[in-house]
Ligand binder design. Sequence first.
Ligand code: FAD
Length: 449
Amino acid sequence: MHSSTRVAICGAGPSGLSQLHAFESARQCGSQIPEIVCFEKQSDLGGQWNYTGRIGLDEYSEPVHSSMYENLWTILPKECSEFVDYSFDKHFGQPLTSYPPRTVILDYIRGYAEQNNVRQYIQFYTVVRWISYSHDKKRFNVIVKDLRKDETRSEEFDFVVVATGHFSKPNIPYFNGIETFIGQIFHSHNYRSAHDFVDKHVLLIGNGFSAEDISLQLYKYGAKSVTLSYRTKPKNFKWPNEIQEVPLLVKIDRETVYFNDGSSQVVHVIIFCTGYLHYFPFLDNNLRLNSTNCLYPPDLYKGIFWLNQPRLLYLSMQVLTFSLNIGNIQAWYARDVILGKIILPSTKDEMQFDMEQWHVKEKVIQNLSDSIDFQREYLLDLINATDYPRFDINRMAKILLECVKSKFDNILTYREKTYASTVTDTMAKQHHTSWLSEMDDRLENFIRK
Ligand code: FAD
């Protein structure tokens, strides 16, 4: 690495922060690090967890990034989203429930950033507008806009790390008759509060994580009925009577929705829980990842390095079963490549060969357990090449599986289960009130003073 090497990090969510932390920890250990600049379009760090009640556009007419909502509690145990070198114990100094609300996780992520003193590298209110690569200069040209000053400028970088997430751009399929619907219709990206749907009949299109959680919220806060329309197969949880699963929606006619088993229903609200698109409008065509939400995105060596220009890196672009840990582990590996501690294969063929092994394994995945195993193996491959702090990833995988099982045991009470941290061994504490009865999501209600 040359002393004038510059690295741009796009996004200060958990993945961008992980990249900053990886460099900062190398610096604190005496390594020379490149000049790093992180561009974040929001006013603060935290990414998706930096919730705003706004929908549509923000105060600078930029698309609102977060798809989270007011009463969101984690859908995975926090023990599967724990920074290995910044445990929940270290941040809170006390055991907490395994499934805390959004406010708790945001506080934790901010603590992680503060303890590592990485704010100094972040330029807030700065949106990345365009990135291209100059073969002549062998550098990236990065055009950013300072939203507050309304000024656009361009800078050159040797490496670019894209950590802008992939849960912001709604995927909205067309349904026959959609234009005739007379109720409220929107994507889950714009869902903010279950309080708005008390006594309503609500249809959720899709039955993935978003539909699962939003249906439970709507039930908790008093919707009259919630119908989940699935494309391939039902979840088959033991839903309460107010929630039901039906097959694919085929037609909408004013307030009536028709499904492909011949049944129909009158609904007030339709929410598209149809997932998100990988969307990078700021990247030149030849740099832009084109992927679905899969376990090993195409054209990314080690799931990180853009095959045609490995100085362009992407973090957390895969299905996030191990969630925050994925970007965190990738960031360590990415740092070591940038610092020259890990040398990438010299030819594209060698990289392609390695990627092909993973694609072959991915093709035979049949269920969630296989997916978790695949990602565990993938992460171990990265960990073993670096000095990333060791932790019991096998135990983390078991917790993920137990979490799934407990949803099938009782979808209304799975958040009452507690797990031990794989970092500190501390057993999580049962929250004083069940998720169904707890209406106070404030941080103060979850930590002892
Ligand atoms: P993000 O958190 O999306 O951060 C990306 C950052 O990039 C943002 O700050 C954004 O403002 C910035 N950015 C984007 N474009 C630009 C640009 N052009 N210029 C400058 N900055 C830009 N994970 C869990 O572990 N547990 C959960 O319970 C959980 N629940 C979830 C529920 C919902 C509804 C959603 C949507 C996600 C959930 N997740 C959960 C996953 C969550 O996305 C990850 O935890 C984490 O936020 C991913 O971090 P990231 O940094 O990769 O991306």
